[in-house]
Design a protein around this ligand. Structure first.
Ligand code: ADP
Length: 239
């Protein structure tokens, strides 16, 4: 349930975009109705029933605006990102377990190569689960169009030379065209019929909130690689 709820969360920036869109229309209507009401008040004699009608419409639009604001406030309020000590391998295990049925049904085999020397990190468990979930779902969806080719998902964790944690998700799907690699992270970019195009941009915001980074590249011989880095402040590897 927490993951389903988390999937509905967008970042404040993305919320701002949809919020301004939803509020623009009723606010414009309020302005129009105030102008109309003033004209009816100014007429001699003032047309009070018309003024009353304008007030009723203003009230309706103001209530609609307040509703939009409340809804957005509710989303932000009820899901404050938490910070807890966690093992990224555990988070990955939870998401893969959750996805097992769908992955098997899609004929995808999963290979896990998880480093056992990873330090714990301070992070938002639900947010990190959401990142993993989005990347795994995207990989499985990308491979669903394959014919007889092998459908393989490889999840790998390791530490880089500066001690930061790297998580890598490789698939054997059609991969990413070079000129698409940057665009796929833009909000609302999707190549899927029913796609929202928000997944990767939300993942990127979640990584940034952790002081990390998410990027994509091509897999060899085919497929896509999505990799994210989580900075680790403790137990740095020193040479
Ligand atoms: P959505 O899944 O709703 O389209 P995303 O932001 O998660 O939104 O993904 C944006 C686009 O990036 C997808 O529509 C697809 O074109 C591309 N993409 C993401 N993951 C992969 C992948 N593993 N392989 C190929 N293309 C991908």
């Amino acid at each position: 349930m927490a993951l389903v709820r988390a999937n509905r969360i967008t970042t404040i920036g993305q919320l701002a975009a949809s919020m301004s869109h939803e509020i623009k229309q009723p606010v414009a209507a309020i302005v129009t109705n105030v102008q109309t009401g003033l004209i009816w008040l100014d007429s001699v004699p003032p047309n009070l029933p018309k003024v009353q009608e304008a007030f009723a419409r203003i009230l309706k639009d103001a209530e609609r605006t307040a509703e939009v604001l409340n809804r957005i406030h509710g989303i932000v309020e009820s899901n404050p990102p938490s910070r807890e000590s966690l093992q990224i391998n555990e988070v990955i295990g939870e998401v893969i377990a959750l996805m097992r049925a769908q992955v098997a049904e899609s004929g995808v085999s999963v290979r896990m190569q998880l480093a056992d020397d990873l330090p714990t990190i301070e992070g938002d468990r639900i947010g990190l689960q959401q990142v993993m979930l989005n990347l795994v779902v995207n990989a499985v969806e990308a491979m669903s169009g394959l014919g007889d080719e092998r459908r393989e998902l490889i999840v790998n964790t390791r530490r880089d030379e500066s001690g930061d944690i790297l998580v890598c998700i490789r698939d054997s799907g059609p991969g990413l065209a070079p000129d698409h690699i940057d665009r796929i992270f833009q909000p609302f970019y999707t190549s899927k019929a029913g796609g929202m195009g928000m997944g990767l941009s939300i993942c990127q915001s979640i990584m940034e909130a952790h002081g990390g980074r998410l990027w994509a590249s091509a897999n060899a011989p085919r497929g896509a690689v999505f990799e994210f880095m989580l900075p680790c402040t403790q137990n740095r590897i020193t040479n």
